[in-house]
Design a protein around this ligand. Structure first.
Ligand SMILES: [Zn+2]
Length: 426
């Protein structure tokens, strides 16, 4: 006979599953965007500074305690009791000490535990697919904690005011105007991030797809790869050459100037003529950049990657980049609300979104292929298509920096999700 508790537990599980299914169905028609907003460092009180710091310290203790718990024979990480009010961790000399939590709220303890369990599931899937997988390792720094329930674990009190569980008082946060007060954007969970330059809150938002389709929009989501040779390649296979070459006249004037006596009347005249020519060149670059921006923003969503353009100024491709309008287009795109910027550390060129493998892609290799058997295609089109895939699976969206392991884990999770979705649809 089933006990009353069993019946109640089963009913609750069914209810949770139903809610999850409903949320899942709703999310399918929605577009996800993540906004990483910086907590204003100079507005933090000493108490808040301590709270934030200690959440990550105690969080690290817990993370490592859970891993250590699972390392012991006959124990499963799933059984770790997050309700316990104390945690075993190492002191400076490497000895075990037991501390009572003073800062890390219960809700965050649960999400840290849930995060580890989810990482283990990803590892198990990888293993099943025949990959060599390691075990989860102890960490020296915890970098993010999850706030799962808006209104409970975290509250948004104004366009730059946030209350987080575990942090005293109200936090002042920059950049929330990107979504605050927008009735079409539903704010979901948040992540508190600890970065070298301070603390961030990354808010996940959801918008109905049909609400995003605005006037003059073509309803498409297009990825754009900022290349070197052709400048732009879209996920639809379009290549746009945006190089504006210096004209002969400029070169001639420069040669003339070099021969003239510096500061002389003729020299000044040449300088004036050169300035005019450079201004014309700048105008041409601005015009072309504006035309390209206008073309891209006909798309409902344009996905780009936040690469480090300044690196290209140096070295082999320096000259070409100088003459192109790449920087102008990027600057014009990156702050728009119909443009999604992906984290720069994701290797969009190397990634295979069919199997999750990273294939080496030296610049000489113009086509992309993978041993999993996907059809070969142009390397830049492949990169641009990957951007759309990453955006649709919410990998690296709006994040400033992701580590290799984090990226791999997120891609694995997305692939797994895609597989379950596919099985469900059958
Ligand atoms: Zn592959």
């Amino acid at each position: 006979m089933e006990s009353m508790e069993d019946v109640a537990r089963k009913a609750k599980n069914i209810m949770i599953a139903d809610t999850m299914r409903a949320t899942y169905a709703k999310r399918r028609g929605q577009i996800c965007r993540v906004f990483a907003c910086k907590i204003q460092d100079n507005k933090l009180s000493n108490d808040q500074r301590t709270d934030l710091k200690m959440i990550f310290v105690e969080g690290k203790w817990l993370y490592n305690a859970i891993i250590a718990y699972g390392d012991r024979e006959g124990r499963s990480i799933s059984d770790y009791d997050t309700k316990s009010t104390s945690v075993i961790h190492k002191d400076k000399d490497g000895n075990d000490v037991t501390s009572t939590y003073s800062y890390l709220p219960q809700s965050l303890r649960q999400t840290i535990h849930a995060g580890i369990k989810s990482s283990l599931r990803v590892l198990a899937t990888r293993k099943k697919r025949g990959y060599k997988v390691g075990a989860l390792k102890f960490i020296s720094r915890l970098e993010s904690v999850d706030y799962k329930q808006l209104g409970v674990t975290h509250k948004i009190l104004g366009k730059n005011r946030v209350k987080l569980q575990g942090v005293k008082g109200i936090l002042k946060v920059n950049g929330m105007d990107q979504f605050y007060g927008n009735p079409d954007m539903e704010i979901a969970n948040a992540k508190l991030l600890s970065k070298p330059d301070g603390y961030y809150i990354a808010f996940t938002t959801w918008t109905d797809e049909d609400k995003i389709i605005r006037k003059h929009k073509n309803g498409r989501t297009v990825g754009v790869d900022f290349g070197i040779e052709t400048s732009f390649t879209t996920s639809e296979g379009e290549k746009i050459n945006a190089a504006v070459r210096e004209q002969e006249r400029i070169k001639r004037l420069q040669r003339k100037l070099a021969k003239q006596k510096k500061g002389s009347r003729r020299w000044w005249r040449t300088v004036r003529l050169l300035r005019i020519e450079y201004q014309k060149l700048t105008n041409r670059k601005d015009d072309l950049a504006n035309k390209i921006i206008a073309a891209f923003t006909e798309n409902t969503i344009t996905v780009i990657q936040d690469e480090m353009l300044q690196h290209w100024h140096k070295g082999l491709f320096g000259k070409h980049v100088q003459h192109s309008v790449l920087g102008r287009v990027k600057a014009g795109l990156k702050d728009r609300d119909d443009v999604v910027v992906l984290c720069r550390s994701i290797p969009t060129t190397k990634l295979c979104t069919s199997c999750g493998k990273l294939n080496d892609m030296p610049l000489s290799k113009r086509t992309y292929g993978c041993e999993c058997g996907i059809p070969e295609e142009d390397r830049d089109v492949h990169a641009a298509e990957n951007m759309v895939w990453l955006y649709k699976h919410n990998v690296g969206v709006g994040r400033t920096e992701m580590k290799r392991g984090e990226i791999r884990e997120a891609v694995e999770k997305a692939l797994e999700e895609e597989q379950t979705r596919w099985q469900k649809d059958r």
